[in-house]
Design a protein around this ligand. Structure first.
Ligand SMILES: Nc1ncnc2c1ncn2[C@@H]1O[C@H](COP(=O)(O)OP(=O)(O)O)[C@@H](O)[C@H]1O
Ligand SMILES: CC(=O)OP(=O)(O)O
Ligand SMILES: [Mg+2]
Length: 403
């Protein structure tokens, strides 16, 4: 059986095709700059006979008007000979969709029905960068893979175990009971996956873990017994850490000041906080590779941005060690967490009190897979675990449909 996993972002589409039940990734790809005349598709096909071989890569630059055009191009790549890996779109049995916001309705993977789609749509305002793109991905996949079963796996689902003291805001009760204003938390599929990997590695199912997902969006979770107890994103994916283009935590009075005396519209504030802030606002770039290069060249804005980015993470490590009443390991994951040694180094600096003792030589090594970066005497393990959101989504889809 083939499971196709789709992660549609605002301007990108990530996808992966798995042979099941072998859990074999057959191909994966990334469509970038959807909506432009210079969109790119990077399509990789893995060598199933010799998985250690590098994948065969196809790179295309082409105009792609929208997500539908992008997906049609992906299907063409999947079916094109030679190297075509399915004969027909009907060879896909399940399409698993990453959906960022599932509100309080979904605590697990869910078969997509018209009612589920309506709920995803209702939540557009709460995840404006993500849910609209996820929705388009579903609509297109329903047309392109008409025979497949469509399943949604929500970023919010894993955090539905948060206790009420962690998910409620100190606002009048009716705003929760009637408007469902609360902390939801995101990146759940990633936190769940790396936490399970870490617990298995430590051989400690009840491990107390802080998982640190640093991609474009960034979030942390306090996990014990495989359950999320708290997380840094909130009502929307805007809260918590400093991110690529999002501010993270901010005093809400700043918004009032922008809206009042400074004359911003609500839409302008939304754009400012979601798309123009974070590392982009501090440095002019949201890509850590550029910011790292600027820092190496002596750029003061880049130095401050790194400082602020790591400082916020350290604050949350302190907070979540208290939530967990102890700590077995911290786990770095996603694009920045897996690749940026300087970020990891800054995060672990001056954290002896919390039991973190980083081995800088191990930190600088670029190796694949799960890695332990602490010195032997470190009370707390420092792990890098590559996230595998697509694999986790495929597993949850297969699990749901086998029941
Ligand atoms: N080698 C690297 N060094 C530092 N940062 C990196 C490296 N590779 C990728 N990144 C960072 O990872 C980010 C993307 O992470 P990713 O987890 O793919 O994010 P998302 O899924 O949110 O798009 C990029 O913005 C880039 O800053
Ligand atoms: C929820 C979220 O922020 O996702 P991403 O990091 O993919 O933008
Ligand atoms: Mg991501």
């Amino acid at each position: 059986m083939n499971i196709f996993v789709l992660n549609s972002g605002s301007s990108s589409i990530k996808y992966q095709l798995f042979r099941w039940p072998a859990e074999r990734p057959v191909c994966s790809g990334l469509v970038e700059r959807v909506g432009s005349a210079q969109a790119t598709i990077t399509h990789q096909v893995f060598d199933l006979q010799a998985p250690a071989n590098p994948p065969a890569e196809t790179k295309l630059t082409l105009p792609l008007a929208d997500h539908e055009a992008g997906l049609h191009e992906v299907v063409r790549l999947l079916t094109a000979a030679p190297g075509g890996i399915i004969a027909d779109p009907a060879d896909i049995a399940i399409v698993g969709h990453r959906v960022v916001h599932g509100g309080e309705t979904y605590a697990a993977a869910t078969r997509i029905t018209p009612a589920v789609k309506a709920e995803i749509k209702r939540l557009f305002a709460l995840a404006p960068l993500h849910n609209p793109a996820n929705y388009v991905g579903i609509e297109v996949a329903e047309r392109v893979f008409a025979q497949a079963r469509q399943v949604a796996v929500f970023d919010t689902a894993f955090h539905q175990t948060l206790p009420e003291r962690a998910f409620r805001y100190a606002l009048p009760t009716a705003l929760y009971t009637e408007q469902r204003i609360r902390k939801y938390g995101f990146h759940g599929t990633s936190h769940q996956y790396v936490a399970a990997q870490a617990a298995a590695y430590l051989q400690k199912p009840d491990a107390r873990l802080i998982t640190i997902h640093l991609g474009n969006g960034c979030s942390m979770a306090a996990v014990r017994d495989g359950q999320s107890l708290d997380t840094s994103m909130g009502f929307s994916p805007l809260a918590g850490l400093v991110m690529g283009t999002r501010s993270g935590d901010i005093d809400p009075s700043v918004l009032l000041y922008l809206l009042g005396p400074l004359g911003y519209t609500a839409e302008q504030v939304n754009t400012l906080l979601n798309k123009e802030s974070g590392m982009l606002g501090l440095t002019g770039s949201n890509d850590m590779r550029d910011i790292g290069a600027a820092l190496a060249a002596g750029d003061a804005r880049a130095a401050l941005a790194y400082d602020l980015y790591a400082y916020r993470i350290r604050q949350y490590i302190g907070a979540y060690t208290a939530v967990l009443n102890g700590l077995d390991a911290i786990v770095f994951t996603a694009g920045v967490g897996e690749n940026d040694a300087l970020v990891r180094s800054r995060v672990c600096e001056n954290m002896e009190f919390f039991g973190l003792n980083l081995d800088e030589d191990k930190n600088q090594q670029r190796l694949p897979g799960l890695r332990e970066l602490n010195r032997p005497e470190s009370r707390v393990k420092i792990l890098v675990i590559p996230t595998a959101e697509e694999l986790e989504i495929a597993r949850q889809c297969a699990d749901l449909l086998s029941r």
